[in-house]
Ligand binder design. Sequence first.
Ligand code: AMP
Ligand code: MG
Length: 342
Amino acid sequence: MNTLILSTSEEDINLAASFIKEGGVVGMPTETVYGLAANALDENAVRRIFEAKGRPSDNPLIVHIAEFDDIERYGLVSEVPEVAKLLADKFWPGPLTIIMPKSDKVPEITTGGLDTVAVRLPSDKNAQRLIRASGCPLAAPSANISGSPSPTTANHVYSDMSGKISAVIDGGECRVGLESTVVSVKDDVVTVLRPGGVTVEDLEAVYDKVEVCDAVLNKLKEGETALSPGMKYKHYSPNARVILVKGGDKAYYDFINKQNKEDTITLCYKEDEDFVRIPAILMGSKADLEAQAHNLFADLRLIDACENVKTAYVRCPGTEGIGMAVLNRLIRAAGFEVIDLD
Ligand code: AMP
Ligand code: MG
């Protein structure tokens, strides 16, 4: 299959929508990361997403809509809980995914066999245009090969998916750069299953019962059931070994400058540049958490683009704001390997 790179012109969006109407898969820009989009209500189309990604079949997909009323229009859920209405009102369109009880119209393959469905209304105008032009809700997981860093440019999508999908729409760099925040809304409690562009602080500002699932920053315990199936898989990993390094500046510089510069690299802050004597990828300023989130996946992809790199030591971010989402991705990229220098 020849994968087209399309622009965001009316003509190209319509062409992409025609691929989707035929049951095809298209790379879709969103404000979080690029998605691999197909008709969420068409079992065969959704199967093609799983095949293109090599995604385990029990890991459910997020269903993307262009307006709140699409939930009813397409009959996606059996009920919209009151708390979900409140969250949608405050954070949609935007990087928040809400898990709700599913209807029979959503095929089991889309929800990985669960009786709930994850729904999101993206703020990216091109994503909204594609959903509208397709005339159906779009199931869209991140458009990377399962396990590798998520794509934040059309080129990332093309390098992972060329030959496997009909087209990718080039909508430029994703604004947030990290996937959406995934929440469940059971028994009036909002539980964060995956942190993302909407922060815990943002949620707490509009609702008083917000919890963060333990597995967000910790490894699942032996035999523990994942509330969100995505939690149990290895994720976001470059080929090189990634290790997180916790510690103050001095301890970090002492540690990092002892490493072998031939096959080791570090991901650190802009402020570290003058103190680090091995090759470094700068993640942004220490205080600029948005920039770190925005650059994270491109930085992880860059590790493998550097020749001979076997190990990447990454400075461990804090958990405030979107830092929690950055840490959630990094700790998985590192397979939970952390060196604590304090
Ligand atoms: P991705 O498609 O890469 O953005 O990942 C979607 C995330 O949402 C994965 O971690 C899924 O496990 C999670 N997810 C999707 N649908 C559900 C659901 N119905 N219940 C719990 N988690 C879900
Ligand atoms: Mg993903």
